[in-house]
Design a protein around this ligand. Structure first.
Ligand SMILES: C[S@@+](CC[C@H](N)C(=O)[O-])C[C@H]1O[C@@H](n2cnc3c(N)ncnc32)[C@H](O)[C@@H]1O
Ligand code: SF4
Ligand code: SF4
Length: 324
């Protein structure tokens, strides 16, 4: 482990003032148009950092003591050089994970991923479990079958502990979450449940008539989380999600810029996805979260805050890393 990262972790635990994690959107290009996503596609690959620039970025992050980077987008596998990007970060002893819809991963890339020491694995979006919802979600009734097939293949070739399923709970799929949870549990895969960010899209907002369904579902997930080890979220995050889905803000103190940072495809660095106004590489680690921030429940931010500020979440997370 990079020594600077270790020092940052200690400082983050004690003072909550050192970024340890970054989300890096390597591209905004995507091969899908999911119903829930408002991916602001600046689709010109010329706006994306090239490998040489990414090398400088990785060195810069290493110097700052960032030890874990999540690659998102867009769809990271739209970049044919994504494995080279993982290797650059590994060379700098920075652990990485890739968020993906699985639809553009080649066998050769899987083989290469297997061999990279600092590669944590894939976080795979699995949001639908029926033809009806798949049609609503992807405009393709069979796409969920393809994604399930890819998950099965990937869990054969990559180790199971290198796969985390990722499910956004919205009015589109709330009835299928029990099946999706059962799929993860029976296949011995970890799964993370995220609340939907409706962003003024009425179709994605839960109505008051759904609130009973929300309570029943989250009570089920929280009970499962107590008994088994397959749910990746902390119980605190699930409790917060239950309230958030009913329109109640998270109340979690946000540590954007203090514990985590966000990087755009052009290399712009900001405290979080909302604040991409910083001049490149003029990274100021102090949060400029404005008081009127509408709040968010993105787990890569909120779970890290939970981990560093809440003893119960801290010990729950440690327990989750101990094999069953
Ligand atoms: C923006 S995607 C990027 C990575 C990749 N393309 C994928 O779909 O996994 C990252 C995650 O954000 C989720 N997401 C997209 N729109 C969302 C929304 N409105 N609310 C909550 N999560 C959302 C996606 O489903 C996915 O799990
Ligand atoms: S695959 Fe990911 S980035 Fe692309 S539209 Fe769907 S959620 Fe958005
Ligand atoms: S959107 Fe707001 S709550 Fe979410 S990480 Fe950014 S500043 Fe924090």
């Amino acid at each position: 482990m990079n020594l600077k990262y270790l020092l940052n972790l200690i400082s983050a635990l004690l003072l909550k003032n050192k970024p340890v994690f970054a989300h890096y959107a390597v591209t905004h290009r995507c091969n899908l148009k999911c119903a829930i996503c408002n991916n602001g596609c600046i689709c010109n690959p010329e706006n994306e950092l090239n490998l040489e620039e990414i090398n400088s970025l990785a060195r810069f992050l290493k110097k700052r003591g960032i030890g874990l980077v999540s690659f998102g987008g867009g769809e990271p596998f739209m970049r044919s050089d994504i494995i080279d990007i993982v290797k650059i970060f590994a060379k700098n002893k920075i652990k990485t994970q890739i968020l993906t819809n699985t639809l553009n991963i080649s066998d050769n890339q899987i083989n290469q991923m297997l061999k990279i020491k600092y590669f944590n694995g894939l976080s795979i979006s699995l949001h639908t479990f029926s033809e009806k919802t798949s049609l609503e979600f992807y405009n393709d009734k069979n796409l969920f079958k393809k994604i399930l097939e890819n998950i099965n293949n990937l869990s054969i070739f990559l180790k199971k502990n290198k796969i985390l399923l990722n499910t956004v709970i919205s009015p589109l799929n709330i009835d299928e979450i029990y099946d999706i949870a059962a799929f993860a549990k029976t296949n011995n895969l970890k799964i993370s449940f995220l609340p939907i960010e409706a962003n003024n899209n009425i179709a994605l907002k839960f109505k008051e008539s759904d609130f009973k369904k929300i309570d029943t579902l989250y009570d089920f997930l929280i009970a499962e989380n107590k008994k088994y080890n397959y749910i990746f979220n902390s119980s605190q995050f699930l409790e917060m999600s239950k309230r958030y889905q009913k329109g109640i803000q998270s109340q979690q103190h946000c540590h954007a810029g203090k514990l985590y940072i966000s990087i755009n495809p052009d290399g712009n660095i900001a405290p979080c996805h909302k604040y991409h106004t910083h001049v490149r590489n003029k990274f100021n680690p102090i949060s400029n979260k404005d008081k009127n921030c509408a709040d968010c429940m993105r787990p890569c931010w909120i779970e890290i805050s939970n981990f560093f500020t809440n003893k119960k979440s801290f010990f729950e997370r440690i327990k989750k890393f101990i094999p069953n």
